[in-house]
Design a protein around this ligand. Sequence first.
Ligand SMILES: Cc1cc2nc3c(=O)[nH]c(=O)nc-3n(C[C@H](O)[C@H](O)[C@H](O)COP(=O)(O)O)c2cc1C
Length: 390
Amino acid sequence: MASTYGTLFRIMSFGESHGPALGVVVDGCPPNLPLREEDLLADLRRRRPGQSRLTTPRREEDRPEILSGVWKGRTLGTPIAILVRNRDARSKDYRDLRQVFRPSHADYTYLEKYGIRDHRGGGRASARETVARVAAGAIARKLLRHRYGTTVLGYVVRIHRIDASVDPETVTARRIEASPVRCPDRKATRAMIETIEKAAENGDSVGGVVECVARGVPAGLGEPVFDKLHADLARGVMSLPATRGFEIGMGFDAVSLTGMEHNDPFEVRDGSIVPATNRAGGVLGGISSGETVRFRVAFKPPSSVAGRQDTVDARGRRIDLTVRGRHDPCVVPRAVPLVEAMCTLTLADHVLRHEALCGPIRTRNRRGEAKPTRTGSKTKPGKSKGSRRG
Ligand SMILES: Cc1cc2nc3c(=O)[nH]c(=O)nc-3n(C[C@H](O)[C@H](O)[C@H](O)COP(=O)(O)O)c2cc1C
């Protein structure tokens, strides 16, 4: 279905950019997970418009209201409905776009498909819709962390032609959030800011690449053959607006290596069988290996630029277009929490699907603390892992 994502941890998002509100219903979240509105705020703030001069100046507080499914700070196991009201929509800025198709935006295709469209702020095609996924993703994040010790972190590795140098093994949330473009490489950050500012000054826009790492992912997630973990991660992140590419592990660079160069040899570490390197990106045969899951998502330069463009209106008349309204000259820094959200939603769904099929994942140490399953679920040398049922 068009606005539903997930099989067991399932979300349904609704709302338009300039409607009264956006929202999401999360169905399938297990009971007794500690959850408050404040838990959603951290990620929503990172997605929010108007957070710096490098993003759209639209000002939204994005305070989530949890309408159901939570009682006394804990999930009930019933559907969790969350509402985020729109406060700063300026629909008059879009009046001229009622009958006009912005080049490379969704105006033309929405009208072709539905025969009707809410042109205000891009309607349902607006990235404002992603507020719903980020709210839901924050719940998935809590579930993953609380139960399985899994953490998910995204950061910018490229803007336009500026590449960052980042070590995915050691990168921290602090380093990422210290950068206005969410790039943990300081030198690259400066060049990226300049690039975005220059594009904005020229009435233009730029794209880039977000990398995402999920650490402590239990081994065994993913359902071959059609619902392989990397296939579902790709589907999840490619449903975000403005995405143009997905790569896992070495991605497209793998083609320039030979098999000998690309293979991750197995070894025994701390009594468990593990790959010595992780060029695969933590997924083998569509199933998580217990290694860090690492993937990248490419975002195009956003289409609503202030520079003059040629287009036509719905009657085919030529239009000399200058897009008004408030727009992001580069969506990539704000896309980081979006990529994380689609990653946490996909992993949470696969965790529940894996447990439904194969039984509970062992994730707790003797003191009952959550810990990554990395060692707990690894195959011991000389032993078959066998079924983890019960
Ligand atoms: C965080 C974020 C912010 C965005 N902001 C804008 C924007 O201000 N102006 C714009 O034209 N597109 C923006 N986009 C992209 C459009 O939503 C997207 O290009 C449009 O819906 C067409 O879909 P497509 O690019 O996936 O084909 C944004 C995307 C993201 C992820």
